[in-house]
Design a binder for this molecule. Structure first.
Ligand code: PLP
Length: 394
């Protein structure tokens, strides 16, 4: 067992100080539970930031990874590979029905979607394609994805950023309509904004985006990196929304714990990219693809998806009864809340961790719950008990 003090020392001496880490090292996971290096057990309502949707170390995913890893670890995208091709078939068939590009992360999926949308715009004669994105949206931290992430696109620190990105308010359908012009290549939307603190985008804004895209030829891109893979009670969040996108990105839980992302198109956009237009060394590797196929098997199950709706409703009802929570938002098991001004959300999060409940504070005054989708009624009751106690002691 390594001392956490020694880990802190390694962290401060050898890693770039980009993360504000808690002083806990998790060393084992099973289902909704985690154990730290001191043997203490936790209930996980964070799921590695919506990565372990199937629960920690799901036996089917573990078996798929170990079997593939022991047999063959891949030999580049210059050769055929059954797991990647079966995965593309599954993603396409379950979503937009076009073609898939596999990536290693959500940010790479955003980059790929922006690049494809720009190419599509050039093909219809647009000289300088633009991308409209929403305030509060988060699409990743690479330079292109950052440009589409208004809150973090800090020209002063990271500029010059790529040009042609137009942020609009997330709840103003008219502003969005006005921002989409003949020059717009894409409108990028997270149907429920996760990093902002769980803010569902109103149907009227989604409909305005769809209509504006249809009128101009711009592509509607849904970033389902956080909302996808069953998180909201359907495999993809768009299934419950009034409009369908032209492109969808996915990552996080897609790889069942391994780094797998994807971009999928509608059939009409399937051949926008041609040989040489895009690529990746690792993406689509057989171990990650096998893990993703197993994750889709587990999460695509109707009973599990129904459980998301039931546990989500149970969680909402319990949260509504807790004093100190002033706003609750979300769908399925993707729930955000704002605490009363008198409460310090970071302190509540820290008290929960101390009490054995892992949750997240995405922004000042807010908490976010992303439990594994296999959570049972008892898990939800236990999480609510701990959270309520830790808020009351604020
Ligand atoms: N898009 C959304 C909606 C996200 O929540 C995230 C990460 O939190 C990303 C994109 C970036 O994904 P990654 O961290 O895998 O690059």
């Amino acid at each position: 067992m390594t001392d956490t003090g020694e880990l802190r020392d390694l962290e401060s001496r050898y890693t770039m100080p980009t993360y504000l880490r808690a002083g806990v090292e998790f060393v084992r996971g099973e289902g909704t539970r985690l154990w730290d290096s001191q043997g203490k057990e936790y209930l996980d309502f964070f799921a590695g930031l919506s990565v372990h949707n199937a629960g920690h170390c799901h036996p089917r995913i573990v078996a798929a990874i170990t079997e593939q890893a022991a047999r063959f670890n891949g030999s580049s995208n210059l050769f055929l590979s059954e797991p990647a091709l079966r995965l593309a078939e599954r993603i396409s068939g379950s979503s937009l029905g076009g073609k898939v590009f596999l990536t290693n992360s959500g940010a790479e999926a955003s980059e790929c979607a922006i690049k494809l949308a720009r190419k599509h715009a050039h093909a219809r004669g647009v000289q300088t394609p633009r991308v409209v994105s929403l305030d509060g949206g988060f699409h990743g931290r690479t330079i292109g994805a950052l440009a589409a992430t208004p809150k973090l696109a800090d020209e002063g620190r990271f500029g010059p950023l790529p040009q042609g990105f137009d942020p609009v308010s997330r709840d103003d359908a008219d502003a969005l309509r006005a921002a989409v012009t003949q020059e717009t290549a894409a409108v990028m939307i997270e149907p429920i904004q996760g990093e902002a603190g769980i803010f569902p985008i109103a149907d009227e804004v989604l409909v305005a985006a769809r209509e504006a895209c249809d009128a101009t030829g711009a592509l509607l891109v849904f970033d389902e990196v956080q909302t996808g893979m069953g998180r909201t009670g359907s495999l993809w969040a768009f299934e419950q929304l009034p409009v369908k996108p032209d492109l969808m990105t996915a990552a996080k839980a897609l790889g069942g714990g391994l780094p797998v992302g994807a971009v999928v198109t509608t059939p009409g956009l399937a051949d926008t990219f041609e040989p040489g237009d895009h690529g990746s060394t690792f993406a689509g590797g057989p171990v990650g693809a096998s893990a993703a196929l197993a994750a889709l098997d587990v999460i695509g199950d109707d009973e599990l998806l129904a459980n998301v709706g039931e546990r989500g409703a149970q969680l909402l009802e319990g949260l509504e009864a807790i004093d100190g929570i002033v706003d609750i938002r979300g769908r399925g098991l993707m729930i955000g809340m704002t605490l009363a001004d008198s409460l310090d959300a970071r302190a509540v999060r820290d008290r929960c961790l101390e009490a054995g409940l892992v949750l997240n504070c995405p922004a000042s005054g807010m908490l976010r719950l992303l439990p594994p989708l296999i959570a049972r009624g008892e898990d939800v009751d236990e999480g609510l008990r701990i959270l309520s106690r830790c808020i009351a002691h604020g």
